[in-house]
Design a protein around this ligand. Structure first.
Ligand code: PEP
Ligand code: MG
Length: 325
């Protein structure tokens, strides 16, 4: 199998009926970069910048951050990289940062919430990203956005940093795209407003599923209790895919489900065309993609979700579909 997957490296990620499907990596450290060549992926769909901060002994200086980001962009070459600003706080604690005990860290003072309340850190990180991408393209994305007002504030910080750099004679990115994670359920009711403010969005299905089902993603007692392929989760995903098309705002799915072939098949059937996953998943997912025909798959998914009374997971039906086709 491994050899078979490796052999797909140079094969285009296109369905049997000719629809291109973008497959990208989730990454976060320098050691993740060589795998881009090994899998032939279309870039980095999610670069988790907090990993550099979590492995460091002290807060990485702006210059250190800039150096890492520049090396990531160098390694990716022409391929796009989406940098996500710090997703720390809650349970992703930095040993060198003062923390506050929180009863529900996953629901706590984390990610963009912390970034907006203590903008010093976020400002310097954005500056490092802008400087690393001077003279080239930059894709910047914010985690744990709960309300579009947070996007407005975050974008204001970006604008301010750009003015600062211009004023001091630094080169800025030639092209800047701003995106939002969709991983907090409240955004499901602000989809048009989010997409109106963004150049792209990315579904964090790990957190979205955790928050929608009120199920701690790290609690092994609960893992497998609810199926991510249940209509109650697939319907909101479909709403995101539809909103993406309506608003012409590209959407990626970057949660773990995107890297599992049956789940990825469901995502294609819902209308998603961009998936980001761990490098080891690219081969298995590409093997699925090149066998898929979109028309019957879309019809099958629509049929599975059309009955408003349907509540049981479509997993079995999807596996049967995959075997048949
Ligand atoms: C997610 O929540 O699905 C996601 C991709 O982000 P992280 O796993 O880093 O929370
Ligand atoms: Mg997340």
């Amino acid at each position: 199998r491994q050899a078979q997957y490796r052999a797909l490296k140079d094969r285009a990620s296109v369905t049997a009926c000719g629809v291109p499907i973008m497959l990208q990596h989730n990454a976060g450290l320098l050691i993740d970069l060589p795998s881009l060549e090994e899998t032939g992926a279309d870039g980095i769909g999610l670069f988790r910048t907090e990993l550099q901060f979590m492995v460091a002994r002290s807060l990485p200086r702006t210059k250190e951050q800039e150096t890492l980001y520049a090396r990531v962009l160098d390694a990716a070459g022409e391929r796009p990289v989406t940098f996500r600003t710090l997703d720390i706080g809650g349970d992703k604690v930095l040993p060198y940062m003062r923390t506050f005990a929180e009863e529900n860290p996953a629901l706590g003072w984390r990610a963009v919430r912390l970034g907006l309340d203590r903008p010093g850190l976020m400002r310097l990180q954005i500056r490092a990203l802008l400087m690393a991408a001077a003279g080239r393209s930059l894709r910047l994305m914010f985690p744990m956005v709960t309300d579009v007002a947070e996007l407005d504030s975050a974008k204001a910080i970006v604008r301010r940093e750009i003015s600062h750099l211009v004023k001091h004679g630094y080169k800025t990115p030639t092209d800047l795209k701003i995106g939002s994670m969709i991983e907090v359920p409240s955004l499901l009711y602000q989809l048009d407003a989010v997409m109106n403010r963004c150049d792209f969005v990315s579904v964090g299905s790990n957190d979205l599923f955790q928050f929608m089902t009120a199920t701690d993603r790290g609690n092994t007692r609960l893992s497998g209790r609810f199926d991510i392929l249940s209509p109650s989760f697939l319907r909101p995903l479909k709403a995101i895919a539809d909103a993406s098309e309506r608003n012409r705002c590209p959407v990626t799915v970057c949660g773990e489900m995107a890297g599992r072939p049956v789940e990825a098949l469901a995502l294609l059937g819902l209308g998603f065309r961009r998936l980001s996953m761990s490098p080891a998943s690219v081969g298995p997912v590409k093997a699925m993609v090149i066998d898929v025909r979109m028309e019957p798959l879309t019809e099958a998914m629509d049929a599975m979700l059309s009955d408003p009374l349907a509540t049981v997971s479509v997993r079995e039906a999807l596996v049967a579909y995959a075997d048949e086709h």
